[in-house]
Design a protein around this ligand. Structure first.
Ligand SMILES: [Zn+2]
Length: 134
């Protein structure tokens, strides 16, 4: 299981893995809060506290509530089996999210997609190493 977000920048780095609940759902805490949240709620909370960049066009979005123009986007689209796991969620501005539509990240913007896959690979290697050292 990938317990954290592969991107190590704001606001993803504010989200910390807490534990797995009885249904095998990973739960997270955000910032100084001790409240445990599911992945989608954790990203929403992190964005409201810290803001973040649109994953696609890199536009800075200051901390605010998610809306039509400040959205969570699925790396692998929902209709292709993409789920609400933290590593499958990124922030996107409304225009990017709408032009991406139901496409997967990799086919929407191959360059940014491959950057993401590289980060995910590196993250997985770190996860495996930390498992091996326990
Ligand atoms: Zn954008």
């Amino acid at each position: 299981m990938i317990a954290a977000h592969p991107l190590e920048k704001k606001p993803y780095n504010a989200i910390k893995f807490a534990r797995v609940d009885g249904n095998d759902t990973p739960l997270y805490t955000v910032g100084k809060s001790k409240k445990e949240l599911g992945a989608a709620a954790a990203l929403r909370s992190a964005f409201q506290q810290f803001g973040g960049h649109c994953f696609h066009c890199k536009q800075w979005m200051p901390p605010e509530r998610l809306s039509h123009d400040r959205t969570r986007d699925h790396v692998r689209a929902k209709h292709n089996g993409g789920r609400d796991f933290l590593h499958n969620l990124v922030l996107a501005c409304g225009p990017c999210n709408r032009s991406k539509g139901g496409a997967d990240l990799i086919s929407f913007r191959p360059e940014i997609g491959s950057e993401y896959m590289k980060a995910l690979d590196e993250h997985l290697v770190k996860c495996l190493k930390s498992l091996g050292s326990k």
